[in-house]
Design a protein around this ligand. Structure first.
Ligand code: NAP
Length: 319
């Protein structure tokens, strides 16, 4: 089967030919129809969180998929051949990924039936971004009427988060590079801030709406405490400031300082949450914006582009 893989951490991703994985006992094999790009994919290929001694190479990139069950391993299994499914592969440490034609996964892992009304292309875009957005919203703990500042709001997580927060009557301040008022307004953002509008434009725009600070921050962009700290400073005392990129820790300041509670968010995906989000997407309550659909061969270029930022919704690979 065709796959996009790296031969070592930090190597260039490329197209390779690999054997079709046979489903072991308790597994299902999925014929993948769509895989979605997440920054996690190039971060994993760079070696983030991976132990080179444990890693099997070639490492097939990708975690999100949608497709149809094509073969069932031995033993009891709730799935049937032909079932449409979506999921998130959780065993990249073993060399399994989703930028490929087939993946074998345990039936009791993060794989759920795709509702009949949910097109598989939308299903593939949902797992990582949708689950992260839902869990970030819980962690941010903003009450209805409260204000949530999202830095990097036009990408996969930010687009879902803006909608889920708005549905709970949380007012979203969406910070994006460029004029994205139409896009973010359509997703429900109360205020859209162009962070390229000049030095201090973010702080000025936030203080105009919330002189005492927002109730919570979700920073999807900063990679170090020095970049995160000025964003966290826009949160009121007693609020919550979250980083999805491990930038929060020391920015919390010494114990006892006044200010927000800063934390690094970690996705804890569950099949129950994924099934709930799949239903919400099928019903139209949640929409996952697709920015582009590409053939698998274009994945290396798409990964390189995603590193530079500028995502406007999800990139999908068509298998
Ligand atoms: N910790 C966890 O469990 C967890 C879970 C999910 C996601 N994440 C992380 O959260 C981040 C956002 O995820 P996502 O899926 O929303 O990503 P995405 O779809 O690629 O969107 C990222 C957004 O950030 C903005 N951005 C601003 N400056 C950037 C820069 N220097 N480089 C890259 N992007 C920049 C981009 O828009 P502009 O260019 O317009 O600013 C883009 O829309 C990723 O790093 C991801 O790995 C972590």
């Amino acid at each position: 089967m065709r796959a996009i893989a790296v031969s070592a951490f930090r190597a260039e991703p490329g197209l390779v030919e690999l054997p079709k994985p046979e489903p072991a006992a308790g597994e299902v094999r999925v014929k993948i129809e769509y895989a979605a790009l997440n920054p996690h994919d190039w971060q994993t290929a760079d070696g983030a969180g991976g132990d080179p001694a444990q890693q099997v190479f070639p490492l097939v990139i990708g975690v999100d998929f949608a497709g149809r069950v094509d073969m069932i391993g031995s033993g009891d299994n709730p799935f049937r051949v032909g079932d449409p499914v979506l999921g998130r592969v959780t065993t990249t440490a073993l060399g399994t990924g989703t930028y490929c034609e087939y993946a074998s996964v345990p039936h009791d892992s993060l794989i759920v039936p795709a509702p009949r009304e949910l097109p598989l292309r939308l299903a593939a875009a949902l797992p990582s971004a949708g689950m992260a957005a839902a869990q970030i919203l819980e962690a941010a703990a903003v009450r209805p009427g409260g204000r949530l500042l999202v830095i990097g709001a036009a990408g996969g997580v930010g687009s879902c988060l803006t909608q889920l927060a708005t549905a709970r009557d949380v007012r979203v301040l969406a910070a994006v590079r460029g004029d994205e008022r139409t896009r973010m307004g359509a997703l429900g953002a109360a205020v859209t801030i162009d962070t390229t509008a000049g030095t201090g434009s973010l702080e000025a725009a936030v203080r105009e709406v919330c002189p005492d600070g927002v109730d919570a921050l979700v920073d999807l962009v900063s990679t170090d405490p020095a970049s995160f700290a000025p964003h966290a400073a826009l949160v009121r005392t007693g609020g919550v400031a979250l980083s999805t990129r491990g930038a929060a820790g020391p920015a919390a300041g010494p114990a006892g300082t006044r200010g927000p509670r800063c934390a690094d968010f970690r996705l804890a995906p569950t099949a129950v949450l994924l099934a709930t989000l799949a239903k919400a997407t099928a019903s139209g309550a949640l929409s996952v914006p697709i920015s582009i659909e590409l053939p698998l061969e274009k994945a290396p270029q798409a990964l390189a582009e995603n590193r530079m930022g500028g995502a406007r919704g999800k990139t999908l690979f068509v298998l």
